[in-house]
Design a protein around this ligand. Structure first.
Ligand code: ADP
Length: 277
């Protein structure tokens, strides 16, 4: 029975979390066997969601899990660039074949569908949302242990489509120290709650800078409030990453798989514990 008056019984047009809500998730392609699906979200763009998605996939692949990335951040698809992955997405007639990175992470992104990667994607929301759905339903992903979905920032059409059509195990919220003092994290937490998706935890990016001379950690945005904010929302704090110029260079050269840090080791542990507990 719906608690909200004016209920149309069409949950796809309503985000109310009432007892009538019955998620109608789309099935993946018949030849996709995906054990766990994790959404990586943020309240706004530019906080490092794509870099964290990429690095976490690398960290998990190094732990011998078969990983895949579905790049749903259609408005700023930077995943293929981070891995230096290029090539056409082939269709077998039965489905689309994802590309693979140098270490074998399967990947699909709208950037791989564009003739020129600098061309802006000017599609309207429903078209973008439809493309993301197709990345789930029409791509032959094969066997995947962990799929990471780089979700578009914010709470618009496309993240809603991701949440409503793909059954996620949980989401990771990426933020920066400045956003922790605003309402942005709260919005991401509330959106996940409205969609009944568990929050695996929060990762704070750009937490500090390491002085190249003395190695001291400089907290340029002041002392982190990450633990405090996580306690406030009742979500786990699962990782902290510094601003590191080496990372920017690895991304620029398309070789993120050569990273030699374990910044997201605790995040990878948290994901495994969460999914395999
Ligand atoms: P989002 O996906 O949230 O829009 P990106 O992951 O694309 O953000 O990051 C935005 C830019 O900031 C990219 O150029 C990325 O390489 C850079 N960046 C993000 N986090 C870091 C970091 N910790 N150290 C260095 N550069 C970073």
């Amino acid at each position: 029975m719906a608690e909200n008056t004016g209920c149309t019984h069409d949950c796809s047009t309503c985000s109310a979390n009432c007892s009538s809500r019955a998620p109608q998730y789309d099935a993946p392609h018949k030849d996709s066997h995906i054990k766990h699906v994790i959404g990586v979200v943020s309240g706004k763009g530019g906080v490092g969601k794509s870099i964290i998605t990429s690095m976490l996939s690398v960290a998990m692949q190094r732990r011998d899990y078969k990983c895949a990335i579905l790049d749903a951040d259609i408005t700023g698809p930077s995943i293929p660039k981070a891995f230096g992955t290029k090539g056409d997405i082939l269709s077998t007639g039965d489905g689309l074949i994802p590309l693979a990175t140098k270490t074998g992470i399967k990947m699909i992104s709208v950037n791989l569908l564009l003739e020129e990667e600098t061309r802006p994607v000017v599609w309207r929301g429903p078209v973008i949302a439809g493309t993301v759905k197709q990345f789930w339903t029409d791509v032959v992903w094969g066997d995947v242990d962990y799929m990471f979905i780089d979700c578009p920032p914010g709470t618009g059409d496309v993240p809603l489509t991701v949440f409503q059509s793909i059954k996620l195990d949980g989401v990771i919220i990426v933020t920066t120290p400045q956003d922790l003092v605003s309402m942005i994290v709260g919005k991401a937490v509330n959106m996940a709650a409205m969609m009944n998706i568990p929050v695996i935890g929060l990762v704070e990016n750009m937490s500090y800078v390491k002085c190249p001379d003395c190695g001291r950690e400089l907290h340029v945005f002041g002392k982190s409030k990450a633990e405090e904010v996580c306690a406030q929302y009742g979500i786990p704090f699962i990782g902290r990453m510094p601003i590191d110029e080496k990372l920017a260079s690895l991304i620029d050269h398309g070789v993120i798989e050569l990273m030699d840090n374990d910044y997201l080791g605790s995040t990878a542990d948290a994901v495994i514990n969460f999914c395999e507990k």
